[in-house]
Design a protein around this ligand. Structure first.
Ligand SMILES: [Zn+2]
Length: 381
């Protein structure tokens, strides 16, 4: 029985970091993992999504219960290369720290899931039940990979879900805010600025509406995960200073909570738009992205196990906080009951999306060991 030791796991992580899967090319990561799993007699299926992009699914064990474990294969862009001390797509180790794009978010988590599954399999597999790896594409932008898994029914028989994203350092999360990206388009009538009464300025009602919406959402009482956040991120309109704009657009991102969810946000905006349109505006709204908030109770069974198993590694009680970002859980944990065993729990040190992204090497090794215990105990209990 060959298990993967820490040094070999580090080599696998280096191989995966080397694949520049920046919002694309997840297929290369999927093929690498498929080949790796095949060496240990674990068959994995690649689900093509589009072009060079794909999901990967692999299982060990059989029957119920099914524990779904998930990580994404894409990373965000490296950003300013000159600001990096090392090549972002080469795993570099310096005094116990690992550096590279995706080492925290979340290739270390992904590789730790895969190595833990291989090691459990090499030690005879789960006694009963199934561990199902859902490796996704496109998590960082749009979450199309997890949406496809959800639609294919990959979560239908799942008794629990672990997302290997970094939460806080050795901490975990059982909930995350929702997020929606909306585009508002305002149409007007262009005329020369000397005779504005003959035209209609597309920017004016849009700016008023955005201000009114911004003020309104600030009055929503904060929920357990904090306040609703209404972010006006992009505003465009007009071509030149002596002509009224006939078109104006805005992009807004709203972070939602269970107490005030995506449907309530879009309904409120639709009501505002209807009121402005009654007064002569011509504003339309389209949803670009729509991810629901997820809230399971912090004492669900998976979080309890995480707390018990993770405590000696953390050197303190495992903190249960809100997930700082949106994860694939917004698709994968959709429509689950409040007591559904769900946790975001993975190696990370809060350097995601930054230059010189890093991770303590020991934390990577710890999570391989943690996952082996966590998966085995979840299926055994
Ligand atoms: Zn991530």
């Amino acid at each position: 029985m060959r298990t993967i030791e820490d040094d070999a796991a580090l080599k696998i992580l280096a191989d995966v970091i080397k694949i520049p899967s920046v919002n694309d090319h997840e297929l290369t990561v999927a093929k690498y993992l498929q080949d790796l799993l095949a060496k240990y007699d674990i068959s994995a299926k690649i689900h093509p999504i589009t072009g060079d992009r794909a999901n990967l699914v692999a299982e060990i064990g059989h029957g119920q219960p099914v524990l779904a474990v998930s990580g994404h294969m894409d990373v965000v862009a490296a950003g300013d290369l000159a600001a990096w001390d090392t090549d972002p797509f080469t795993l570099v180790e310096k005094s116990g720290q690992l550096f590279g794009r995706g080492v925290t978010d979340m290739k270390a988590g992904l590789v730790a899931l895969v190595v833990a599954m291989i090691n459990i399999q090499q030690q005879g597999g789960p006694k009963h039940g199934t561990i199902r790896l859902l490796a996704t594409m496109g998590e960082e932008v749009g979450e199309a990979g997890s949406a496809a898994f959800y639609q294919q029914g990959a979560m239908q028989d799942a008794a629990g879900l672990l997302i290997a994203e970094p939460s806080t350092v050795y901490g975990t999360a059982a909930e995350q805010k929702g997020s929606c990206d909306l585009k508002l388009t305002s149409k007007g009538k262009a005329v020369h600025s000397s005779t504005p009464e003959r035209g209609y300025n597309a920017l004016v009602p849009l700016i008023k509406l955005l201000n009114e919406a911004n003020d309104y959402f600030e009055t929503i009482p904060a929920g357990e995960m904090g306040p609703v956040r209404f972010n006006i991120d992009v505003l465009n309109g007009g071509d030149q200073v002596n002509s009224l704009p006939d078109l104006a657009t805005a992009l807004v991102n709203v972070r939602t909570i269970p107490e005030y969810d995506n449907d309530q946000v879009t309904q409120k905006l639709a009501d505002l738009i209807a009121a402005y349109n009654q007064q002569g505006a011509d504003i339309k709204m389209t949803a670009i992205m729509n991810e629901s908030p997820i809230a399971t109770t912090a004492d669900n069974r998976l979080v309890k196990l995480v707390q018990a198993i993770g405590k000696p590694y953390a050197g303190r009680d495992v903190v249960v906080a809100s997930s700082p970002g949106i994860t694939d859980a917004s698709n994968l944990a959709k429509r689950q009951p409040a007591d559904f065993p769900f946790a975001v729990y993975g190696p990370g040190n809060m350097t995601q999306h930054q230059v010189n992204e890093s991770l303590p090497k020991q934390m990577f090794y710890d999570f391989i060991a943690i996952y082996q215990q966590l998966f085995t105990r979840f299926l055994a209990e």
